[in-house]
Write a protein that binds this ligand. Structure first.
Ligand SMILES: CC(C)(COP(=O)(O)OP(=O)(O)OC[C@H]1O[C@@H](n2cnc3c(N)ncnc32)[C@H](O)[C@@H]1OP(=O)(O)O)[C@@H](O)C(=O)NCCC(=O)NCCS
Length: 190
């Protein structure tokens, strides 16, 4: 495996781009991170104070290279120079050269195909640039939008677990669907 990169290549698609997350993204991250609907199925948020977005960038995203992972991508609306979400390799898979991917997008940008495009680019980067053998993704069963994006890119369902997500004002008990995409299957479908 190649060494994890602190800075990743910038990737453009349509009016959007993926570039390494920066401290200066904190205000834009707060804007979608304080939204209860955006964060309802995530294990963080909704943010109450802007400092929470800042801490998430400096304490979670930026130190990823210390765990042998590349720093995550911000998704940018290029015309507005606005950060509208993230997509990142957030955890290593044990005993194999692989990673788990996570993503989130500002609600104003949902259902325009942005995350499907972003995930396609992440998978290309993961297999072709970083040399991973396997990528995994997870979502709660009721998170249909996530499921659609994950399936459109060709991830295969491998397992389900019962998962309890504790949010500030509610506890969600749901099935957690776990998917994987293997290098040989991905390239086999090209
Ligand atoms: C999940 C998320 C990233 C998807 O981003 P997006 O850019 O809107 O996704 P896309 O537009 O590429 O694709 C969404 C698909 O879901 C479909 N969809 C969305 N909501 C749906 C619903 N309630 N029922 C059925 N289909 C739905 C859309 O029609 C689209 O499918 P299509 O291309 O076949 O029409 C976005 O909804 C989000 O940020 N959610 C909150 C954070 C989150 O849950 N992250 C993932 C944690 S596992």
């Amino acid at each position: 495996m190649k060494k994890p990169y602190k800075k990743m290549p910038v990737i453009y698609f349509d009016d959007y781009c993926l570039r390494t997350i920066k401290k200066s993204d904190a205000n834009d991250m707060f804007e979608y991170g304080k939204d209860k609907e955006v964060t309802q199925f995530l294990n963080w948020g909704p943010f109450i104070l802007p400092i929470e977005a800042k801490k998430s960038i400096t304490r979670i995203y930026l130190p990823r290279h210390k765990e042998g992972l590349p720093i995550g991508y911000s998704i940018i609306d290029v015309k507005k120079s606005k950060m509208i979400g993230t997509i990142d390799f957030h955890s290593k898979i044990k005993n194999i050269n692989g990673v788990e991917i996570g993503f989130v997008l500002h609600k104003d940008y949902w259902n325009k195909g942005i995350m499907t495009n972003a995930l396609k680019r992440m998978v290309d980067i993961g297999f072709d640039y970083l040399g991973y053998e396997k990528m995994t993704m997870k979502h709660l069963k009721q998170n249909i939008a996530s499921q659609k994006v994950i399936e459109k890119i060709g991830f295969k369902l491998i397992k389900t677990n019962i998962y309890i997500l504790e949010k500030r004002d509610q506890v969600i008990k749901d099935e957690l669907l776990i998917y994987e995409l293997l290098r040989e299957d991905y390239h086999g479908n090209q």
